[in-house]
Design a protein around this ligand. Structure first.
Ligand code: FES
Ligand SMILES: [Fe+2]
Length: 392
């Protein structure tokens, strides 16, 4: 299946167009996108320190699947679908837990922490049942710089490490591997197609227009660039004192991060990974977020924050100030994307132009058009298109 990603950088005849509006609302397109874009993509579950002891697990529910990432008695991290092999019962509830064995709540089949089926009550009732063929369905796992990623399907796409390779040297000093969770997973539903969240995160032109706070903090220093599988944005906190309390607090009190070089002390970095994940790097902490589709027109933002252990009082307060600043930015973005979503559904809207400087939006749209050629059409094709031979 590697051909899906071959020639992805080739000339794109539609390069100056945005993705058309129907891709943000259409149920048939949504199904195709889930199968070809989201199911094969890597998704973050947690940090390896969140499942430090044998039997610790974290779950991730998305695309109608529930996934368990679990540390086995042997210390290995594995991932399985949260589905009993007997009658498909969900094995564990909730986002986290620790178990010596996974015992199904329906008929008490027993699975080991490595996924092997080890116990079946009334085993003689199933003469043909072989325990060794009925372990939990295993999924691919990648540990990248201490973070645990899973994917539902392998279609030959790049690893997280390969996607991030162009920026690995920039990230190394932050010591992700040594970080700990400082705020547990938060889920927030949004009335938008998942791509609207990502498009907004890739959109540099709106920052001076719609985010007064970011403009006060960074002036005009915001920069963007696109690599094949990752976008980067960056800005330096300006010295000019903001008139907003929390922004001023952050500017004034951000303590030295001893592990970071001088140039990074007041730098905000942001990396967006294909297709629906991003992380913010600040001198005081990092935030990880993903935007998971629920339906063609609804999504859930899944966010968590990590930092190196630091007990300094000013560091705690600055992390709080950072959260207050970002809460305002998030509210501004939510207001924008929910209105864009409504506009995408208008009969009057087909596709819009993309500016030469909008390199991140261009890069995302190029990949989508490469994987799903129908995404080039400005209007939705007649229903059933995904089951007919290709016309594009
Ligand atoms: S469904 Fe799990 S034991 Fe029956
Ligand atoms: Fe924004």
């Amino acid at each position: 299946m590697a051909h899906r990603y071959a020639d992805i950088e080739e000339h794109d005849p539609d390069a100056d167009w945005s993705l058309p509006g129907w891709l943000y609302t259409d149920p048939e397109y949504f199904e195709v996108e889930m199968a070809r874009v989201l199911r094969p993509s890597w998704q973050i579950v947690c940090h390896q320190s969140d499942i430090a002891r044998p039997g610790d697990f974290h779950t991730l529910d998305y695309l109608g699947e529930s996934v368990i990432a679990m540390r086995g008695q042997d210390g290995e991290v594995r991932a399985f679908t949260n589905v009993c092999r007997h009658r498909a019962m969900r094995l564990v509830e909730g986002p986290t837990g620790c178990a010596k064995k996974l015992v199904c709540p329906y008929h008490a089949w027993v699975y080991e922490t490595d996924g092997r089926l080890s116990g079946v009550p009334m085993k003689g009732d199933y003469p043909a049942l072989r325990l060794e063929d009925n372990g939990l369905a295993a999924l691919d796992v990648e540990i990248w710089r201490g973070f645990v990623f899973v994917r539902l399907q392998d279609d030959g796409g790049p690893s997280v490490a390969a996607m991030m390779a162009p920026y690995d040297h920039e990230i190394a000093p932050y010591r992700f591997e040594d970080m700990r969770c400082i705020s547990p997973v938060r889920l927030r539903e949004r009335q938008v197609n998942w791509k609207n969240v990502g498009d907004n995160y890739s959109d540099n032109l709106h920052i001076p227009v719609a985010h007064d706070g970011l403009t006060r903090l960074f002036g005009k220093s915001y920069a963007i660039e696109a690599q094949p599988w990752v976008d980067k944005m960056s800005g330096g906190v300006v010295d000019r004192v903001s008139d907003n309390f929390w922004e001023r607090f952050y500017q004034k009190h951000l303590p030295r991060a001893h592990h970071l070089p001088e140039a990074n002390q007041r730098l905000w970095l942001y990396y967006k990974l294909w297709p629906n994940m991003a992380f913010d790097l600040y001198a005081d902490q990092i935030d990880f977020m993903q935007w998971l589709p629920l339906t063609p027109t609804t999504s859930v933002l899944r966010e968590m924050a990590f930092a190196l252990p630091d007990d300094r009082r000013e560091m705690k307060l600055v992390r709080y100030a950072n959260w207050r600043i970002n809460r305002v930015v998030n509210a501004e973005d939510t207001w924008l994307i929910e209105r864009v979503q409504q506009g995408m559904a208008s009969q009057s809207y087909a596709a819009g132009p993309i500016g030469a400087s909008e390199v991140c939006l261009r890069s995302f749209a190029r990949k989508i058009r490469h994987i799903i050629p129908e995404a080039r059409l400005h209007r939705a094709p007649a229903p059933g298109w995904s089951r007919r031979p290709r016309q594009v």
